[in-house]
Design a protein around this ligand. Sequence first.
Ligand code: HEC
Length: 114
Amino acid sequence: MKTRAIVNAAVAAAALVFGATAFAAGDAAAGKQKTVMCAGCHGIPGYKTAFPSVYNVPKLGGQHAGYIVKALQGYKAGERSHPTMRAIAADLSEQDMADLAAFYSADSAKTAAK
Ligand code: HEC
């Protein structure tokens, strides 16, 4: 019983800490599911592009999560002008962005370990 109370307190404390952060906490597993929308151009895993000879697609794997979220917000807000990315980002929620960023940023760990 006592252990359970401590665990509950810890969970509550964690919820408070995460709730207070400015960005939604990204879930890499959920983000992976969402990369079906991105894989055609950005490729998974890592950062191989599907059409390197057609146009330059920036690598996402290994980018800082905060940078990815910021970039997606920029497309959504119209601060970044690429038409395709604007159309894609327009449909992403804050949670989608955080999840995708968590997945792509964690990708560096895998590629760096090789
Ligand atoms: C139709 C091809 C295409 C698809 C699909 C696509 N992207 Fe992109 N993405 C691009 C191109 C091209 C750029 C570079 C645009 C520019 O120059 O601003 C880009 C840029 C980005 C950037 C900025 C990277 C940087 O370093 O500046 C991010 C982040 C990004 N895409 C994330 C995503 C995510 C997440 C998805 C899926 C939800 C996705 N993209 C789907 C083609 C695509």
